[in-house]
Design a protein around this ligand. Structure first.
Ligand SMILES: Cc1ncc(COP(=O)(O)O)c(C=O)c1O
Length: 405
């Protein structure tokens, strides 16, 4: 790698730590989630892109990328969690089981009347808030969204368009979460936050469960390709709910044969990497503005529940400078031969960007060897967003911003 480039830092375990398989992500729970999503008109499995030529070029057996830019027309996966958590909250209010609920049920006039005064509040860089706003509006409820300082104006507009009262605060992400919590307590609003901490676990767990529809679809789609199990997964993390959902799902399915999983973060917000380095198994925090192009991953405080899944079942933790994400965006925007094209935004692209660098750069050969990435490897990545900030997407993809050499 060029000397002037900041280094990619990593930590690889000799073998996974192991632990209790996450009970809230077992097959029975996953089925409830999928059934609820199936009840939504907008629900459709997102495509699994196949990058066969790239895999061959890099010396791998296969590369598959789940393309979440197609999710619910929201350009990111986050609506999966927001819809499920709001549905569970409505079920609680209405005293019904999620198995008896559906989008159609919540939209019946007599049911709508009972839920119309519920207000949902959250803090978000963009994608989660858009999902919450969209779900609340569809159910005839209101939502309030606080965004951290430096958030993109375009993302703010998208959240407002989805029906929320939204604003960009002068706080960093974690402080914006505390503001949302304070407002929910003061006004009796329902806080729908995509991260857990001691004492706030039920709703984030529903959100994490909501994400599993994506994992569930990915495994079904791989099976259609004749693949029983990916050998490797690259999962990007902000607070780690998304990665925890994917890894928890796959760990429950494959037990001791869980795919070799690499947790990927921006180096300015690498709280999972730092937590993994600490030997006591407890989460560590990162503070400051976390000024990375990977806005969705700019979170300094791990979800306390999913952190344990990442700690126990992941094999490696990688802290990446922004150029790794930018490279992933460019690689997916310019597919080789007949490979599928994926429009992948900053937080969606870092996993694939890292994979390409691990396979190509001699400085990362040690990591390649430790992960056992070779011609027999079938790698699964998740492009969790499309061009959610189209101006910045063009700067990276057209103009070569954040070069990787
Ligand atoms: C596009 C995208 N990918 C990944 C993530 C990471 O999810 P988590 O914060 O659950 O780790 C986010 C979070 O906002 C996101 O917006």
């Amino acid at each position: 790698m060029d000397n002037h480039l900041e280094k990619i830092k990593y930590m690889v375990r000799d073998k996974i730590r192991g632990g209790i398989y996450p009970e809230f992500l077992v097959a029975e729970e996953i089925k409830k989630v999928r059934d609820f999503h199936l009840s939504m008109d907008e629900y459709e499995a997102t495509p699994l892109a196949k990058l066969e030529t790239l895999a061959k070029y890099l010396g791998l057996g296969g590369i598959y990328v789940k393309d979440e830019s197609y999710r619910f027309g929201l350009n990111a996966f986050k609506g999966l969690g927001g819809t499920y958590a709001i549905a569970k909250l409505l079920c609680k209010k209405l005293h019904i089981d999620i198995n008896d609920a559906s989008f159609e049920y919540f939209n019946r006039p007599e049911v709508k009347e009972k839920i119309k005064d519920m207000i949902f509040v959250t803090a978000t860089d963009g994608n989660h808030g858009r999902g919450v706003a969209w779900a609340a509006t569809k159910l005839g409820c209101k939502s309030v969204v606080y965004m951290p300082k430096g958030s993109s104006q375009i993302r703010l507009e998208a959240i407002k368009e989805a029906g929320a009262e939204a604003s960009i605060t002068d706080l960093n992400y974690d402080d914006a979460v505390r503001l949302a919590q304070k407002m929910s307590e003061e006004h009796g609003w329902y806080m729908v936050q995509d991260t857990a901490w001691d004492g706030y676990e039920e709703i984030p767990n529903w959100i994490t469960q909501g994400y599993t529809t994506m994992a569930n679809e990915s495994l079904e789609q791989l099976k259609l390709e004749g693949i029983k199990r990916p050998t490797h997964m690259f999962l990007q993390a902000g607070v780690g709910s998304f990665a925890g959902a994917m890894l928890g799902y796959y760990a429950n399915v494959f037990k001791e044969d869980v795919p070799t999983t690499i947790i990927v973060e921006p180096n300015l917000a690498d709280c999972i990497y730092k937590s993994a380095l600490a030997e006591d198994g407890k989460p560590r925090f990162v503070g400051g503005d976390m000024n990375t192009i990977m806005a969705g991953l700019a979170c300094g405080e791990p979800n306390t529940i999913t952190w344990e899944i990442l700690r126990d079942f992941a094999s490696a933790y990688v802290s990446c400078p922004d150029y790794v994400a930018a490279r992933g965006m460019r690689v997916m925007a310019s597919p080789m031969m007949m490979d599928d094209k994926v429009v992948s935004g900053e937080s969606g692209a870092v996993g694939l960007g890292l994979l390409t660098m691990i396979m190509e750069r001699k400085e990362l050969k040690d990591l390649r060897d430790k992960l056992g990435l070779n011609k027999d490897s079938i790698v699964l990545c998740f492009s969790t967003e499309g061009d959610t900030d189209p101006e910045h997407y063009k700067k990276v993809v057209y103009d070569g911003k954040n070069p990787s050499c």
